[in-house]
Design a protein around this ligand. Structure first.
Ligand code: AMP
Length: 233
């Protein structure tokens, strides 16, 4: 077979060709990265973000929502919304929240199931922020998800020392004006956290779902640790 000999390209065209090849290589990489991200999103599951008041659950949830396209249920936000609307549920919730106490389990569980079902079927996963806060709530969450063929993929604990929690919450109270972020109520909420919520760490360890993260430091480092957990689920 006769070989067709291409004329040698002038050097500036050679250069442009090489730039073009580099561009195409980058485009290929970009597509690969996008495909990898999609794969991560498709594999995504339900995540419990866990920690004491002021541990950064809300802030890190925002980053997870943005990065993974997850749904988000903050039971505290749900309740504050009811208070703002002045509903019966809101009035009842306020009486507990203002005293730094937890809303009764049966009420919280029925609210949670309703909010979860609003995401419909086939969602990418939901972040549970502020739920569960007691062992009966964790058991109820497991049962509720099980009935729907779903499950919790990971419980991520943000661990922050007590004095840092206090400082953060007092500052948040000043910035946001949240009624329960005053020194007296914060102290009560931390006592409630230790007695009723912290035992969930052992509960989730037994379930094989617990992941510990140092919650002190920069947002970026904490989020990188969270990604490391989620990407390896
Ligand atoms: P948070 O915004 O998560 O700090 O919640 C604020 C307050 O709402 C708490 O101190 C409780 O009074 C109430 N609350 C939120 N989530 C729950 C829950 N899962 N169980 C009981 N009470 C809750």
């Amino acid at each position: 077979m006769r070989q067709i000999k291409l004329p040698h390209l002038p050097s500036d065209i050679e250069e442009r060709k090489s730039d073009l090849m580099t561009d195409l290589w980058y485009k290929g990489k970009e597509t690969q990265i996008k495909q990898d991200t999609v794969k991560v999103k498709i594999r995504m599951k339900n995540i419990v973000i866990f920690g004491a008041p002021g541990s950064g659950k809300g802030t890190q949830s925002d980053l997870m929502i943005e990065y993974y396209g997850l749904g988000h249920i903050s039971t505290g936000d749900v309740l504050r919304n009811e208070i703002k609307k002045g509903t019966e549920l809101g009035k009842l919730a306020a009486s507990y929240i203002d005293g730094g106490n937890l809303i009764p389990d049966d009420l919280m569980i029925s609210i949670l199931a309703k909010v979860y079902d609003e995401f419909g079927r086939g969602h990418k996963g939901v972040i549970f922020d502020g739920f569960p806060r007691t062992i009966p709530q964790a058991e109820a969450l497991k049962k509720m998800l099980d009935e729907r063929g779903d499950k919790v993929a990971a419980m991520i604990e943000l661990d922050v020392p007590e004095d840092e929690l206090m400082d953060r919450l007092i500052k948040r109270g000043k910035d946001s004006g949240r009624a329960d972020d005053n020194e007296e109520t914060i102290k009560k909420r931390l006592v409630v956290y230790h007695s009723q919520t912290q035992p969930l760490i052992e509960w989730y360890k037994k379930e094989g779902l617990h992941h510990h993260i140092n919650g002190s430091g920069t947002l970026e480092r904490i989020f990188a640790d969270i990604k490391n957990v989620i990407d390896n689920l």
